[in-house]
Design a protein around this ligand. Structure first.
Ligand code: GLU
Length: 316
């Protein structure tokens, strides 16, 4: 027998209930896994948090748990730097970065070497370092522009870098430094290693809440348009294609399992956040700091699986 799904639209009365149910259902998963170890300041943060927020294209907003608490978005910043780099270079960007799924760890030197020094996609660290290099090549005030983009997408002018966190990560960044040098050796970076790394860590240190992220990703649910400003952030083609790259490489090496369980494009970060997009319908963000081996939030992934299941949502 075919199972009826609750269909999500602007008038759906039970979306708030669904989020409350999810917050209860994921309870046993919260704290399961390990906080990120790469960034010492993150490793020390508590893991007993869970937040979820959703915003529909019709403007309906709901949240549950610690959805208003700011956390370190880490790799989710790569989605915003990719967007800025696509604004600046369009399709030409892909001559410098590939679109292969992530195989292995997101900071692998071996994978970078294997593909001749060309990053496999924009969401592994090597790819993100090239994104920073691209942005810096166009914009002398790149650090201000990245923050400006995130603030205008989220409608929250208080969003900021956590300079202390960025500094602490920079001090212990042997692997990212090695990646940057390998990129230079292969002619893939045009700026100095130090300045690229400094901005890269700054972007990773952005602090946002689930509610901020659910708003900030709306443009990817709305054909590239920021509903707050009516500005075209990306063309509808580039918005669609950004979602394709998210689906194939937005959640580290878990793209296959995530597509199977959750079924929509998403970007995760080792701070425990995941921003997920149901094109044409809604964006959701979840946060819970304990991670699986790949670097994805265990409770966060579970929550998104429940969300798409309970609402009958999938890009498939
Ligand atoms: N700042 C982290 C790093 O470079 C980001 C990793 C992530 O969230 O994937 O290792």
């Amino acid at each position: 027998m075919r199972r009826a799904h609750r269909v999500l639209d602007g008038a759906a009365p039970d979306l708030a209930t669904i989020l409350d149910e999810i917050a209860t259902d994921v309870g046993p998963s919260v704290g399961r896994g390990r906080a990120a170890q790469q960034v010492p300041a993150l490793a020390k943060r508590p893991t007993d948090r869970f937040g979820i927020a959703i915003q529909t294209v019709a403007g309906e907003r709901h949240s549950a748990g610690d959805s208003a608490e700011s956390f370190s978005i880490q790799s989710i910043s790569k989605l915003f730097t990719l967007t800025l780099a696509l604004q600046l270079e369009g399709e030409a960007l892909w001559s410098r970065i590939g679109r292969r799924p992530t195989d292995g760890s997101f900071n692998s030197l071996a994978v970078l070497e294997q593909y001749g020094g060309k990053p496999v996609n924009p969401f592994v660290n090597a790819g993100a370092l090239v994104l920073v290099d691209v942005i810096m090549g166009h914009l002398p005030d790149a650090d201000e522009q990245v923050l400006e983009l995130v603030r205008s997408l989220s409608g929250n002018s208080a969003i900021d870098y956590d300079i202390e966190l960025a500094r602490s990560e920079r001090e212990l960044s042997h692997r990212n430094t090695a990646l940057a040098h390998l990129l230079v050796d292969n002619g893939r970076l045009h700026r100095g290693v130090e300045e690229v790394l400094e901005s890269y860590f700054l972007y990773c240190s952005i602090e946002m809440s689930c509610a901020d992220l659910a708003q900030a990703c709306q443009y990817l649910a709305q054909g590239g348009r920021n509903p707050l400003t009516e500005e075209a952030i990306l063309t509808s083609s580039l918005s669609k294609r950004t979602n394709a790259v998210l689906l194939t490489s937005g959640v580290y090496a878990d793209a296959g399992d995530f597509a199977y369980r959750v079924g929509i494009p998403a970007k995760s970060g080792i701070g425990g956040g995941i921003a997920a997009i149901m094109p044409g319908a809604w964006c959701a963000a979840v946060w819970s700091p304990a991670l699986n081996e790949s670097g994805n939030s265990i409770a966060g992934t579970h929550a998104l699986e429940l969300l798409t299941t309970k609402t009958g949502s999938s890009v498939f």
